[in-house]
Write a protein that binds this ligand. Structure first.
Ligand code: FPP
Length: 249
């Protein structure tokens, strides 16, 4: 599906961040195990990746597994880990053919060796691709990201590569995840909850937030198009007045 507003670069987000919520409820409604909801969620994920690639969106970042998701029942966690392995191995070659660059953000050290290998291989295969930049947040937390950036910066200072005086928002930004793509312009959360849930807390400072009740496995081409047209109608002020923004156009 190509979106009507495709040619108007200003109206299209460069970077979309998504919290794919509602897989469990989707399954419950159908008297299916939660794992079936996650599996159905993969289909919706494939669709949004294709739509972003087709519409020349620069980056898409999806929240696949939060640092807090380890607290779910053990069987759900192990089902999700197995799903990640099969999804990555089943999809990455197709993504590579579509010139998609795959990258993972988050602390991967807690994952099994098998999953870590799969992550590393998918990144290595697609590293030179110039199309959609697909970031998969796995064992990711926004607070972890900020603390991690602090640790990296402090190490730089300790090694005399930087001084405290040099640190500003731009420098700090270069140490958080996703520093090689613009900050998300549009955040989409499905499943009816209206919160950030420790996703990209630094990166979402000026992002337009779009919440819908639709459960993630039901997120369709039409829902994607509706989110893009909602975004196209937003006036992004970045602290300025509406009048200033209009006059600058
Ligand atoms: C939240 O729904 C969803 C997740 C925690 C998992 C999302 C993962 C996928 C869709 C698989 C994507 C795979 C790759 C490799 C990118 P929930 O379980 O919290 O739903 P609920 O709120 O209805 O219980």
């Amino acid at each position: 599906m190509n979106i009507d507003i495709e040619n108007n670069d200003k109206l299209l987000p460069r970077h979309i961040a998504v919290v794919m919520d509602g897989n469990g409820r989707w399954a419950n409604k159908r008297h299916l195990p939660r794992a079936a909801g996650h599996k159905a969620g993969v289909n919706a994920t494939r669709k949004i990746v294709e739509n972003c690639a087709k519409n020349k969106i620069q980056a898409l970042t999806i929240f696949a597994f939060s640092s807090e998701n380890w607290n779910r029942p053990e069987t759900e966690v192990s089902n999700l880990m197995a799903l990640f392995i099969t999804t990555i191995s089943g999809e990455v070659k197709k993504l590579h053919k579509k010139n998609v660059r795959v990258e993972f953000i988050g602390d991967r050290s807690r994952f099994s060796e098998k999953l870590q290998n799969s992550i590393n291989e998918s990144e290595a295969l697609t590293v030179n691709n110039t199309g959609l930049h697909l970031n998969i947040a796995a064992n990711y937390g926004g607070r972890w990201d900020v603390v991690n950036a602090c640790k990296l910066l402090m190490t730089e200072i300790q090694n005399n590569n930087r001084t405290i005086e040099e640190i500003d928002e731009g420098v700090f930004d270069s140490f958080v995840s996703l520093n090689d793509v613009p900050a998300p312009d549009l955040f989409i959360r499905t499943g009816g909850e209206q919160r950030i849930s420790n996703f990209l807390i630094w990166q979402l400072a000026y992002t337009e937030l779009y919440f819908i009740d639709t459960l993630w496995p039901d997120f369709s081409d039409e829902h994607f198009a509706a989110a893009l047209s909602w975004f196209a109608g937003r006036q992004r002020r970045f602290g300025k007045t509406g009048k200033q923004v209009v006059e600058e156009k």
